[in-house]
Design a protein around this ligand. Sequence first.
Ligand code: PGD
Length: 741
Amino acid sequence: MKPSTSHWGAFSAETAPDGRLRVEPHPADPAPSPLLGNLAAALDDPSRVARPAVRRGWLENGPGPDSRRGRDKFVELPWEDVLDRLAAELDRVRREHGNQAIFGGSYGWASAGRFHHAQSQLHRFLNTIGGFTASRNTYSNGTSSVLLPHVVGDSHAVLRQASTWPTIAERTELIVAFGGMPEKNVYVTPGGVTRHQTSAHLARLGGRVALISPLRDDLPSTVDARWYPVRPATDTALMLALGHTLVAENLHDRAFLDRYCVGYPEFERSLLDKTPEWAAGITGIPAADIVALAREMAAHRTLITVTWSLQRTEHGEQPVWAAIALAAMLGQIGLPGGGFGHGYGSMGDVGDTGPELRVPSLPQGVNPVDEYIPVARIADLLLCPGEAYDYNGEVRRYPDIRLVYWAGGNPFHHHQDLNRLRRAFTRPDTVVVHEPHWTATARHADIVLPATTSLEREDLGSGRRDTHLIAMHRIAEPAGEARDDYATFAALADRLGVSTAFTEGRTPRQWLEHLYGEWGDEPSFADFWAAGELPLPPGREHHTLFADFRAAPQAHPLRTPSGRIEITSATIAGFGYPDCPGHPVWLPPTETGPLWLIANQPHTRLHSQLDAGEVSQAGKVAGREAIRLNPGDAASRGIAPGDVVRVFNTRGACLAGAVLDDAVRPGVAQLPTGAWFDPVDDHPAGPLCAHGNPNVLTADIPSSRLSQGCAGQHAAVDVERYTGPVPPVRALRPPIERGNA
Ligand code: PGD
């Protein structure tokens, strides 16, 4: 067995005599992820990209906007031929239009492994040939990462370093968990994780949690929580009403608000009419329950947590900011186990106690181009060159993009309103994708280059707060003609005359030795490689965010303009954005519908990765992604378990397999992300995804003009039993023309 790691856990693996990959979790992992079960089947699945492929229309007509992109077949060609064509096209675009015409943001999770990290490789390559238009922030928490610096001066600490789990276990008496703490997400930490410890912490929470979510299983069933089945997108109204009760009953901490905050009086005035009765009508939570919860919060050491999913919505700034304001009213920010936490249950490393070491990484160089977009504005970028937009107090303009280059991401998974994204992808001259699999993004490219997976190459693996650095050995031979992204970029760099600048003359193994050597020298690389891992020193078991600020606010001011918590931000107020005014407010969603769709993270795979894997496939219903409905909503629509249903709104529709579950609040449907987009172009009822990708339904709108963050978590939809001929799922079959190469 050889060691390796993945975003969802360390493991060892070997090819068994029957030719199948045998995978075993790391022996030190107390709670291995079920997602390890996706590795074997996906490794040599027919969805692998076997050879370099060029879209028929691009081959015949050359670069240019083309509405056939995403509908055409591909022709397989020899590597050297495709590399020559691609190098010539990169050179043409930079000479004729300038390097800012290359969009290389290439957002995505790619794979674990510090050297072969796909975006780092792409960015290093593009930097060596003159730079590219980049993207900023993430789809995960791009709204909070813009808001938080205004409110508490820092986003990094709030997103990663709140009270550690042992501190919560010892000190917290009540957790009010907006969005819950979903266990499915804590198996995942970007870059790798060797010991999954969060599940055990969750199991020990006992009866201390108030679960505020439309989904009862946003907490593990082992936690005896009180469930407040809130209407989706209304948490801010509930928070404001909790604040109203604190003021009405004089339970708020005036001394804390005076000493540590600015702008509270203005916020308090806005709470006057936010009564529990008002909020009950919006949230569906009875007024008496709101009053009782507010009293309980004031009487106990209370941690208010908000999952990242809550900010991945229209007006997603508001629940985060309102929760901070509410925690400030309780006066417990900076106390062990009290105050505000963000992202517990959103990722494995939030609250974790592992070391926060800088692990080795590939230097990306310097991008000479200063153009960028907020990451979730990709479709606007391609559709609206030259158009102005607001972002965090600036007015910016979209550059004119001629070439899109993606490696390690799947925008036809992660972006919203995929039918609009399809239109956007017809606009550039050329789209290039490196991929191990024929994802929908690969299908919407002109040039697709087959990439190895992390099992097919050597690397160094470690995630944030990981307990080990893993020597990732090569476990399998590359599928087909797949090459490492590094090898592909090295070959392109050679053709463009920048070979040495890109490779520095190193082979991949020499890079690993070099990066390891720069990071530490004990044990030697050879010993580390032979051992298969290096245990890292333990981190701090107890930690509380803002403890120093609380102890001495003058000596440890926050990095806000006032040095204090900005319950009202003069800076944000000065921007004049109606969709994100100067303090937390209730802003209803623009859309309403018969059902409210929650498009959250799947429990059977990471995002869209390895959809062909066994665990992912086992979760499908009628061959499609499973949609969960409340039994009452299903009955009123004549839907039975296992039925194929059509989920639809004005933007699009998809098919899904029905599961009935009273853990889903009435009026809500839950369809996770990640089923590979499978458009049926000629469907009589309009565009349809045969496989159940919810991003055909979500709106391509930002959370607000402040952050321009992803708002993909929600959509207003309806659902009906599907009675027409059921189209086959074709997303996992390669779109190759046979016999034409
Ligand atoms: P992945 O499926 O992880 O999704 O979006 P993201 O694009 O990260 O895509 C990674 C791709 O990289 C896969 O196709 C994989 O095959 C490929 N890959 C892996 N390793 C390599 C490699 O070494 N080289 C190359 N070239 N390719 C590789 C995730 C994004 O989706 C995120 S982070 C969030 S939080 C968002 N969440 C939501 C949501 O809650 N709701 C909706 N509706 N939409 C969302 N989208 C976002």
